[in-house]
Design a binder for this molecule. Structure first.
Ligand code: 13P
Length: 252
């Protein structure tokens, strides 16, 4: 049985004061929702405050990215060990990092191996662009991102990886994928690649999230699909009632 997983990616939103406000609105209810692994991912400057607020509340904390080196002359970067002081999770390979900041499958893989070493649970993002979708290249792109991003991880670490399928054309557009289309990619492309990489048992235990315009209104339909194990939520994770509804919808 895969425990459902819902993470809120706040992206470049919320100051420290606003993080305090949002968590004050979220935590009283979010703390009490059992049976769903639930995680919030504020921007770096707010992680310290957030870590104090979520401590002991049953809600995990994640960073939105990190570097793969342990320390050194990498101005502006944050090391895995620094993330690990505050967070249990880290988002890797988000399409916005791929599109605007030069993230590649190779750097995603380096970061994933660094997350393994640092004891962090990675949320590895993959997904095709609109042009690739329209050209019918979804399966090719997504399987290649999965293979290259996840290569070389240990058998013990593999089951802890969380994969997030986020079609770029569905992110922040209000045009979510249909649940059937997402199920087709999760069950027909990603899980079979995971099986090739890690074997059937491990492939069955890895959570595959859907992300891209998930709302309180459409979440339940996604979660009713057999291979959609949760969601990576952007915009709706900034609205307490909506995020709480999405987490509730993930309860099986
Ligand atoms: P939206 O939910 O705003 O479409 O963002 C999805 C996303 O990119 C989460 O990482």
């Amino acid at each position: 049985m895969r425990i459902p997983f819902v993470a809120g990616n706040w992206k470049m939103n919320k100051t420290i004061a606003e993080t305090r406000d949002l968590l004050s609105a979220l935590l009283p209810t979010l703390s009490g929702i059992d049976g769903v692994e639930r995680v919030v991912c504020p921007p770096y400057p707010a992680l310290m405050t957030a870590s104090e607020l979520v401590a002991g509340r049953g809600v995990g904390l994640g960073a939105q990215d990190m570097h793969w080196e342990e320390k050194g002359a990498f101005t502006g970067e944050v090391a895995p060990g620094m993330v690990g002081e505050l967070c249990g999770y880290v988002i890797l390979g988000h399409s916005e990092r791929r599109a605007y900041f030069g993230e590649t499958d190779e750097t995603v893989n380096k970061k994933l191996l660094a997350a393994q070493k640092a004891g962090l649970t990675p949320i590895v993002c993959i997904g095709e662009t609109l042009a690739q979708y329209e050209a019918g290249e979804t399966a090719k792109v997504v399987s290649s991102q999965t293979r290259l991003g996840l290569q070389g991880v240990s058998a013990e670490f593999a089951p802890t990886i969380v994969v997030a399928y986020e079609p770029v054309w569905a992110i922040g557009t209000g045009k979510a994928s249909s649940a059937e289309n997402a199920q087709g990619v999760h069950g027909g492309v990603i899980r079979p690649v995971l099986k090739e990489l890690f074997g059937a048992e491990t492939a069955q235990s890895i959570r595959i999230l859907y992300g891209g315009s998930v709302t309180a209104a459409n979440a339940a339909e996604f979660f009713s699909q057999p291979d959609i194990d949760g969601a990576l939520v952007g915009g709706a994770s900034l609205k307490p009632e909506d995020f709480i509804s999405i987490v509730r919808a993930a309860q099986k």
